[in-house]
Design a protein around this ligand. Structure first.
Ligand code: UT7
Length: 355
């Protein structure tokens, strides 16, 4: 039987600093009410200025590794915001975690990066190239979001989450099966950073936005709903499953309205859709493992739940897969950061997000 990559442990790290909607409204033309009702986000995690993506990744990796004796021979970091253009962030993370000489590389598929990483980890385990993979989604979007851009600054947050995958069998809970992945490069302009790469190495000094993320929010929203729903249908069909077989929909945490619409399109009751962005924002490649790790830490994922994971991100890229959550050792969240706006409710009501 071919070996399967099986979820062995999970962990996450959130920097302690939070930026509330009211703080954003002090420096840009927006309001707490607009952000809350249009995105469901009340605050976002922000790394300290000196904290790099690798710092977040190391903490998340450490949290996941604390809960397993499995040995790791491969480290994959899914990130859109690496420490440097060269070298990759993963070798630095592996070294700082004391993992020695391991296979390590980065993977960039923006918000779809973690699902792409799960697919890569499965392949490495299936061929025997890896027996223990530490897969980390880590992002410091505050480095590519223009601080005063009301189209992106309210949405993205910094953070990292990690999963340890070991070699096991395909019929075990936690085994990663086929991951449906797709992309359409003709949509690259939906969300992109114009300068800083080989095409345009030096930002235009007259355009302060040149080295920062530009996003066509409305179009991204439309494609995100359509492609995540379509990808989920393919992932379910590949397993011979229907929407009613899904216990939890864990979609990339872009916007609570997107989460609701994807669930509605699929006919999955809204309460089965995991909402994890309220206090931390959209953490891009980290958002799916972040939602899983925080649900596990909170005791709302206990094992045997059938999860439908899906993501959409820049590229455009998207994907989905089905996994049965394994029974993992309980672990507390590593950081209980203060809520950005304690006087507000944590989960927006349906009326608030669908006025
Ligand atoms: O992580 C993966 C990729 N990213 C996503 O999936 C993000 C997907 N998109 C979204 O989440 C939403 O499109 C946004 C939250 C970015 C925007 O929400 P929207 O409901 O699609 O708003 P919109 O872009 O259609 O803008 C509606 C209005 C516009 O004003 P006019 O033209 O109607 O006068 C915007 O200029 O809201 C205005 N607006 C704002 N107003 C206050 C846009 N951003 C803001 C803001 N505060 N922050």
């Amino acid at each position: 039987m071919t070996a399967a990559a099986v979820i062995e442990a999970i962990g996450h790290y959130l920097p302690g600093r939070r930026e509330s909607n009211d703080e954003l409204a002090l420096r840009m033309d927006t309001s707490d009410e607009w952000i809350r009702t249009r995105t469901g986000i009340l605050g976002r995690a922000r790394a300290e200025p000196g904290q790099a993506t690798s710092d977040l990744a190391v903490e998340a990796g450490r949290h996941a590794l604390q809960h397993t004796g499995a040995s790791v021979d491969t480290v994959v970091v899914a990130t859109t915001t690496p420490d440097r253009k060269c070298p990759a962030t993963a070798p630095v993370v592996a070294d700082r975690l004391g993992l020695g000489r391991v296979t390590s590389f980065d993977l960039n598929s923006a918000c779809t990066g973690f699902l792409a990483g799960m697919s890569v980890a499965s392949g490495l385990v299936a061929t025997g190239a890896a027996r223990g993979v530490l897969l980390i989604g880590a992002e410091k979007y505050s480095t590519i979001v223009y601080p005063d851009d009301r189209g992106t600054a309210p949405i993205f947050g910094d953070g990292a989450a990690a999963m340890v995958l070991r070699a096991g069998t395909p019929d075990e809970p936690g085994a990663i099966g086929a991951v449906h992945l797709s992309s359409d490069g003709s949509l690259w302009e939906l969300a992109h950073v114009r300068a800083g790469g080989s095409l345009r190495p030096v930002p235009d000094p007259d355009d302060p936005h040149d080295a920062y993320l530009r996003m066509n929010g409305r179009a991204t929203y439309r494609h995100a709903v359509a492609e995540m729903a379509a990808s989920c249908r393919l992932a379910l069909a590949a397993r011979g499953l229907a929407a009613h077989d899904v216990d939890r929909l864990v979609a990339h945490q872009a916007n609570v309205r997107i989460l609701q619409e994807v669930a509605r399109e699929l006919g999955i009751p809204g309460e089965r859709s995991v909402v994890d962005l309220t206090d931390i924002g959209n953490t891009a490649a980290a958002s799916i493992p972040m939602a899983l790790s925080r649900a596990h830490a909170a005791g709302t994922l206990t094992g045997r739940e059938r999860l439908l994971l899906t993501a959409f991100g820049a590229g455009a890229s998207w994907g989905a897969t089905v996994v049965t959550w394994p029974h993992l050792k309980p672990h507390p969240a590593p950081h209980l950061a203060p809520h950005p706006a304690p006087h507000r409710q944590v989960h927006p009501t349906t009326e608030e997000v669908n006025p």
